[in-house]
Write a protein that binds this ligand. Structure first.
Ligand code: TXA
Ligand code: MG
Length: 314
């Protein structure tokens, strides 16, 4: 198992040597390496068991600092960046040749994010290169929202986990691209769609052309099968004692209470977002045969939560 701690200098030293460090952000924990080093980037793909066609987000504390890596930023994007950076937003920007092809999987645009986490902002400020950081989970599995989640999933493969406490948003960043005079949302996440203004379309996933593989249908999946809002018939073959429940606000009447996790007893979608991945991890550790979940209200972060639930389901 790897070391968990909050030693910034240790994280810096490792990153300078092309080693990987798990870092906290407000969305989920990332598996970080020098975005300009092919050695470090290759390690990220290996540790996550991630296919090379799935591009990586680069993280910086300041867009000005990476001006040599990106081409002009449209005014509309600048305005959005001023509002949500730092924050749970990732934007696609035209890249220069200084960005390794591996980062963007061949695309001419690179995904950029400024995470709103004090420890990671300090880390980024101390480095003169951006950090490539996908979520710190094995490809296709539930994203980590605590240092302990990272340790349980990837602890044997990385040397250091920088502990910044539980993630305060709990869902990955919203990914947007400015194209043909409006914003295209490629992944629903920590900035609710309603907050992006009028000029926004959501790109529905297509299997032949996953614009962002966070949009692949099967993603964020627990090991135990998860089904959403099943009928009584669907549950017939299961022993009630061996079913776990993920509900929004109220417990399921038929299932033992000790097998149930309630996302927000007060019915707050932001609190539900904070708990979502953590509770999915917890249910996945239980000795049960099935997880049943229910949709949350489809507003604010609820839209992103429902999207993740759909992708986690069998
Ligand atoms: O909140 C987050 O965004 C977290 C934290 C660690 O920053 N990171 C994260 O990274 O979720 P990852 O790799 O798990 O998901 C990034 C998503 C992937 O679906 C990837 O396909 C998409 O972003 N992506 C990255 N670069 C892209 C690009 N150039 N064009 C289109 N999609 C891109
Ligand atoms: Mg991910």
């Amino acid at each position: 198992m790897s070391v968990i701690g909050s030693d910034l200098q240790k994280a810096i030293d490792l990153l300078l040597k092309d080693e990987l460090v798990a870092i906290p952000t407000e969305t989920v924990y990332g598996l970080a390496g020098n975005a300009l080093s092919e050695v470090a980037i290759t390690k990220i793909f290996e540790v996550k068991n991630r296919p090379f066609f799935d591009p990586l987000i680069i993280h910086t504390n300041d867009l000005g600092k990476i001006s040599a890596l990106i081409k002009n930023i449209p005014d509309e994007v600048k305005a959005l960046a001023a509002q949500y950076m730092p924050g749970p937003l990732t934007i696609l920007l035209e890249k220069t040749d200084l960005i390794p092809e591996l980062i963007t999987a061949g695309s001419n645009k690179v995904a950029v994010r400024i995470p709103a986490h004090p420890l990671t902002l300090k880390l980024l400020a101390a480095l003169d290169f951006p950090l490539a950081a996908p979520s710190a989970n094995p490809f296709g599995y539930i994203s980590p929202t605590t240092a302990e989640h990272v340790n349980a999933q990837l602890g044997e493969k990385i040397s250091y986990i920088l502990d910044g406490g539980p993630c305060t948003v709990g869902l990955e960043s919203t990914i947007v691209e400015w194209r043909e005079d409006h914003f295209h949302v490629l992944r629903k996440g920590g900035v609710p769609l309603e907050q992006l203004g009028e000029n926004v379309t959501f790109e529905e996933h297509s299997t032949s052309n996953p614009l962002a593989p966070g949009m692949l249908k099967s993603h964020y999946s627990p090991r135990i099968p998860l089904i959403i809002e099943p009928s009584l018939e669907d549950l017939e073959e299961y022993n009630i004692e061996r079913i776990g429940v993920l509900t929004f606000q109220h417990p399921h009447k038929m299932i033992p209470l000790e097998n149930q996790l309630i996302l927000s007893k007060t019915g707050d979608v932001n609190e539900a977002a904070r708990h979502l991945f953590s509770y999915m991890h917890e249910l996945d550790e239980m000795d049960i045969d099935l997880i049943i979940a229910e949709y949350v209200p489809d507003e604010g972060l609820g839209k992103a939560i429902n999207d993740k639930l759909k992708r986690a389901a069998i």
